[in-house]
Design a protein around this ligand. Sequence first.
Ligand code: SF4
Length: 116
Amino acid sequence: MFYATNRVALVAAFCVITDSRVADAPDLDSGRSISMNWRNRSACFGVNPELFFPDGSTGRALLQIEEAKAVCRQCEVIETCLKWAMESGQDAGVWGGLSEEERRALKRRTRVRRAS
Ligand code: SF4
């Protein structure tokens, strides 16, 4: 039940973030404001936000993740979206063409690269 409630909050947050009427969003690490103008050109604008937040990571959810990533592949701001998702700590859902597991792996690789 907690997951379902949390998921509703995530989908609502996605709607706010992809709503071009919202000018900026806070960077969770620095507290600075991040320009969100790139959202005006997003391929997911007008797409059901539920698509980007599959319930789990197996079975039907895997198909949903691939459907969301297919939208991202058509998106001209995919790199900006991914950078924003990584920097603002978006841990759930599909952002910038990557699933949450893929973003976690990318974060780990980046940390290892910076440490060496
Ligand atoms: S990369 Fe995907 S989630 Fe990000 S703005 Fe584009 S379509 Fe939306």
